[in-house]
Design a protein around this ligand. Structure first.
Ligand code: 13P
Length: 251
């Protein structure tokens, strides 16, 4: 089986002002530097205005930086959009794409996510492509069909384990305190890996993160679940102690 190093990613969403972001990121960067060898990579994805200050504050640490979205274009007349080139310039190595909140609030389709991923990868960013079913879809027995279509529709041609990470985030588990059971997570991650194998040559090396109410109390069990290669964490990534505890739960 391929060795897949765990990735613990914090999606700050629309939270935090400059002082909060600097304090949180500097705290985590200091812990990472002090910890020496750890069993996980750690990533923070602050809101756009904080990328430059946070990037500068963590530049000499192993803590990675990512954006929460980007445009499919590199520059031009696109008011309010942020290009992958700008993320790269701010020190980002990653970008979250197709989060369910973007799909819901901004009408992002698989085709839009795919175009963004292609542009991001073209700039040397790793695209964290989010997929996940709603509660109604799961109850109707459509979870696999929905997630399978998202995987197939959102990945650009030529993507591979070095350029893409998948985040499975069941919509009903985001910010609700409800978590999918380890058995459900294992089944879905196995299904996603099988779907990836249809389109990528190195599907066994692709990291598949779980997201949805990951907390220090459930992280160890989830991170030990088959085919789970890390976590995409919302609420608990805003507290250094909680986020660090999720990281150190990785074995
Ligand atoms: P919560 O961890 O707050 O449920 O959010 C998950 C998420 O959406 C991460 O992208």
């Amino acid at each position: 089986m391929a060795e897949r190093r765990k990735l613990i990613a914090g999606n700050w969403k629309m939270n935090g002002l400059k002082a909060d972001g600097l304090e949180l990121a500097s705290d985590l960067a200091g812990r990472l530097k002090g910890a020496g060898a750890v069993a996980f990579d750690m990533l923070v994805c602050p809101p756009f205005p904080l990328l430059f200050p946070v990037g500068e504050a963590i530049a000499d640490s192993p803590l990675a930086l990512g954006g929460q979205d980007c445009a499919a274009k590199l520059s031009g007349a696109h008011t309010g959009d942020i290009s992958p080139q700008m993320l790269k310039d701010a020190g980002c190595g990653f970008v979250i794409l197709g989060h369910s909140e973007r799909r819901q609030d901004h009408g992002e389709t698989d085709a839009v996510v795919k175009a963004k991923a292609e542009a991001a990868i073209g700039q040397g960013l790793v695209a964290i492509v989010c997929v996940g079913e709603t509660e109604a879809q799961r109850e109707a027995g459509q979870a696999d069909a929905v997630v399978g279509a998202q995987v197939a529709g959102s990945l650009p041609a030529g993507a591979n384990a070095a350029t893409v990470v998948i985040a499975y985030e069941p919509v009903w588990a985001i910010g609700t305190g409800k978590t999918a059971t380890p058995a459900d997570v294992a089944a879905m991650h196995g299904f996603i890996r099988a779907e990836l194998a249809k389109v990528l040559g190195d599907a066994d090396k692709v990291r598949i993160l779980y997201g949805g109410s990951v907390k220090p109390g459930n992280a160890a069990e989830l991170m030990a679940t088959a085919d789970v290669d890390g976590a995409l964490v919302g609420g608990a990534s805003l507290k250094a102690d909680d986020f660090w505890a999720i990281g150190t739960s990785c074995r």
